[in-house]
Structures are given as structure tokens and as C-alpha cells.
Design a protein around this ligand. Structure first.
Ligand code: ADP
Ligand code: ASP
Ligand code: MG
Length: 424
């Protein structure tokens, strides 16, 4: 019997009405003869709300307790969805990450799935139950509860699909699929029918929040075909799969304003200095993204780098110590930066994308602060104040604008009916 694995994001489950909408979709799959496994996120903005609460009681909440708190969000959704399915006359069973056998590494808040013991899920599926697993959570071998980082339910779903040998995995969200840019920022963005794993991986790594990067990695490594589609329509969405022969020069643009830029000024330009600074930062468990070192003048240089803004509080004491130790002049923190990344597999064989990108930015009088590239990506860091303007200008310049203007379609069929009824 074929197995459907479907993941539903927070907006798709934001109210009891929407939970019933998801329940109907899953029940319909079962009635068509499929085995059904659903992975759920927390309802609406629950995870954000829990994070705010945690920070209200402790500005730097202990990672273990934060995991225990955040994991409750997905448990609310899973049980309500199971109840809704039973309400339709179906049979469903909800499972926490632990009950679903999801074993992770020990790093709280950013754990990675290391294995999945699928016995319990398989037994339930064989009993024709719709299995609903709480996304975003797992358990270490020692029994500690962990979460997988923001957007982690995507990864739970793809990892489960891979572990159960499912052919594909459907990721239901609040837009029609993967677009050429975030359609909320670029209303002329067009929906892609398909995109390669490689390009999706670059977009996700560059901060396009629509899918968690680890999910795309799992999918590529285990050959799971992903479909990203709307929970509010029956449109086919975007297929994420192996590359076609033809590749677009630019498939999409990622927008990321979650990073901050640090510049350490007046660093003595001696052998091993960069190694010392970045070893100390790594030791604090902080990952940096871009790094730029300037040409030295009078034996001193400046080093700039970017990192997740959420890690700043942990970084600053490390920098204070390093600046004093190395005899650097000072460091500056800039939180109003944005990274824009053009991604396209066609870049590999066609030169000139970077030149055109820089020209468009200069025509709009936008200063580039940092640049980094991979074989199929060019990223720049610019001031946040001009970032949305830059994003739209690049989108137009690289011929990505579609014919339609994006409109929110977050109504389930019965929400639409209720609205129409009211309007009468
Ligand atoms: P879910 O709760 O379903 O996981 P997310 O909020 O995590 O949903 O991801 C969906 C959102 O990602 C969209 O509403 C959109 O604003 C944003 N997004 C960013 N980049 C893109 C893109 N390239 N294509 C589609 N959506 C994008
Ligand atoms: N609820 C978690 C989050 O908001 C996980 C997810 O939605 O994928 O990040
Ligand atoms: Mg998400």
C-alpha cells in the first residue's frame, strides 16, 4: 500500500476550522487507499509566543528548558488533529517525537536527527491508523527532549519519509509553492513548477525561510521527491527534485535580514590572528557566515564577518576578550544589514551575473558592504533600509517578474464559503 507523508505548517493549523480542513484532506487520502503519515507544526504563531514567554522570565533561557517548552506547541496540534480525524469517522493516533522514535544529537535548540526507530509508526500504519507526528522535536539517546531549530518540522517530515521508504513528501504551507522570491516582499514573484535540490539547498542556506535547509539535504541524500504546496488549494505546487538538463541563469533570490555584521578594527596584522579570533568564536558555539579581511595598513587591518543576530548576546563577551587580548582598536556592531542572494544553476556556465547584479545595485545607489559566492550563488550584504527596493530591482532586472500579483490565499474551502455567506 502506498504511503503518503504530508507536513502541515503553523498557518495551515492556526484555528480549529483549519485543523478540520487538514483532517479532511488526510481522511480523503486514507479513503483513497493510502497509508497516511502527517507531521505537524505548532498552531499559528505559537512557537514565537512561547519564545517570548521564555524570554520574559529569563533573558537567556536555559536551552534544555526551552526545548521542553517549545515542544509543547506541536503536541497541541497533533492531538487536536487526531481528534478532528476521529470526529470525521476516521482512525488516528498522535505521537510525540519520542513515541515516533526520532533520535537526535544532543545539541539543544539545534539538534539534528541521527536515526529513526520506525517500529511503532509502522505498526500503527499497518492497523490503518492515520499517524500524526509532532514535528520539530526528538529525543537524545540519553532521553533528553530536543528541538531541531526554527522550521524543523520540515526536516522531521522528510526524515520520516526517508526512513519509511516513502517516494515523496508533501509540505503544505501558506503559499502556492516555491516562488522566485518571497512573494510577500515581491508581489510579482512567480511560482516555480519545479526546482532542483541543489538550487533549493542554496536558497534555503541563504535564508529563504520557506523550507529548512536540513530537510532539503535529507531529501537529496535519500532521493525523496518534495512537493511544496498550499494547504488552502488543490493546486499542484512546486516539485523539488534532481536537476533537469536546462538550468535557469537565476531561479530565485533569497532575502535574509536575520544576520548582524561585526567589524573588528585595527587588528594587528600578524600570523595566526584570524585563527585565534575565529577559534574563540567557534568555541562559544557560534557559526559565522561571511568573512572579509581588508588589506593591511601600517601593520593593522580590519576584519568583518556576519552571524545570526540571535547569537550576538553570546558573541559580545567573546569579542570583548579578544579585542583586549589582541590589542585591536575596537569592534562595531551593525544589526541593520540584509543579505540578498541570487541562485541559479545556469551561473556555473554563464559569466556576467555578478557584474549585472552589481550594476543594478549601483544604478539604485545601493552600496555593497560584503560579497560571497558559490558555483551557483552570489550573495551581497547591503543596508536593510534599501534592501526591499534592491530585491525588487534585481527581480525585475533578471527577468523574474511574473504576470500575476501575489494575493494571500489563506482561506480553507469552508472559510471561503462562510465569507461568501456573510457577504450575501
Ligand atoms: P510553514 O509554517 O508552513 O512552515 P513558513 O512560514 O515556515 O511556513 O514558510 C512559508 C513562508 O515562507 C511564506 O509565507 C513566505 O512568506 C516565505 N518565503 C520566503 N521565501 C520564499 C520563496 N522563495 N517562496 C515561497 N515562500 C517564501
Ligand atoms: N514550530 C516550529 C517553528 O515555528 C517548527 C516549524 O514550524 O517547523 O519554527
Ligand atoms: Mg516553516
Amino acid at each position: 500500500m502506498d504511503l503518503v507523508v504530508a507536513k502541515f505548517g503553523g498557518t495551515s493549523l492556526a484555528s480549529s476550522r483549519r485543523i478540520r480542513n487538514v483532517a479532511r484532506r488526510l481522511f480523503a487520502y486514507q479513503q483513497q487507499g493510502y497509508q497516511v503519515l502527517a507531521v505537524v507544526s505548532a498552531m499559528g504563531k505559537t512557537t514565537d509566543g512561547l519564545l517570548t514567554l521564555a524570554r520574559e522570565v529569563n533573558a537567556q533561557p536555559p536551552a534544555r528548558e526551552l526545548d521542553v517548552l517549545l515542544a509543547t506547541g506541536e503536541m497541541v496540534s497533533m492531538s487536536l488533529l487526531a481528534m478532528a480525524i476521529e470526529g470525521l469517522g476516521g482512525q488516528a493516533v498522535s505521537m510525540t517525537g519520542r513515541q515516533a522514535g526520532i533520535v537526535t544529537t544532543t545539541r539543544h535548540n539545534k539538534a539534528q536527527i541521527s536515526r529513526i526507530q520506525t517500529g511503532r509508526i509502522r505498526r500503527a500504519l499497518d492497523k490503518q491508523q492515520i499517524v500524526i507526528v509532532a514535528g520539530f522535536q526528538g529525543i537524545t539517546r540519553a532521553g533528553a527532549l530536543t528541538t531541531l531549530g526554527r522550521g524543523g518540522s520540515d526536516t522531521s517530515a522528510v526524515a520520516l519519509a526517508a526512513a519509511l521508504g516513502a517516494q515523496g513528501c508533501e509540505l503544505y504551507t501558506d503559499v502556492e509553492g516555491i516562488y522566485s522570491a518571497d512573494p510577500r516582499l515581491v508581489p510579482r514573484a512567480h511560482k516555480l513548477d519545479s526546482i532542483s535540490y541543489e538550487e533549493m539547498l542554496e536558497l534555503a542556506a541563504a535564508g529563504a525561510g520557506v523550507l529548512q535547509m536540513r530537510a532539503v539535504e535529507f531529501a537529496r541524500n535519500f532521493g525523496v521527491e518534495l512537493t511544496c504546496r498550499s494547504a488552502f488549494s488543490d493546486n499542484p505546487g512546486t516539485l523539488i527534485k534532481e536537476a533537469d538538463m536546462e538550468s535557469a541563469l537565476v531561479s530565485g533570490i533569497a532575502y535574509d535580514n536575520s544576520e548582524a555584521k561585526i567589524t573588528i578594527r585595527g587588528v594587528p596584522d600578524a600570523l595566526g590572528i584570524a585563527a585565534t579570533v575565529f577559534a574563540a568564536i567557534a568555541h562559544a558555539g557560534i557559526s559565522v557566515d561571511m568573512i572579509v579581511q581588508n588589506i593591511s595598513e601600517n601593520g593593522h587591518t580590519d576584519i568583518s564577518f556576519t552571524l545570526p543576530a540571535g547569537d550576538l548576546a553570546r558573541l559580545l563577551p567573546v569579542l570583548d576578550a579578544q579585542v583586549a587580548k589582541l590589542g585591536a582598536r575596537e569592534y562595531l556592531v551593525d544589526e541593520s544589514i540584509t543579505k540578498l542572494s541570487l541562485v541559479g544553476a545556469g551561473m556555473r556556465t554563464n559569466p556576467g551575473v555578478a557584474a549585472k547584479m552589481f550594476k543594478v545595485l549601483s544604478q539604485h545607489k545601493i552600496n555593497i558592504e560584503m560579497i560571497s559566492t558559490s558555483a551557483i550563488r552570489i550573495s551581497v550584504v547591503i543596508a536593510t533600509a534599501k534592501s526591499e527596493q534592491a530585491l525588487r530591482a534585481l527581480h525585475t532586472a533578471f527577468d523574474l517578474d511574473g504576470d500575476e500579483i501575489f494575493v494571500e490565499s489563506q482561506l480553507t474551502p469552508d472559510e471561503q464559503a462562510a465569507k461568501a455567506q456573510k457577504g450575501r
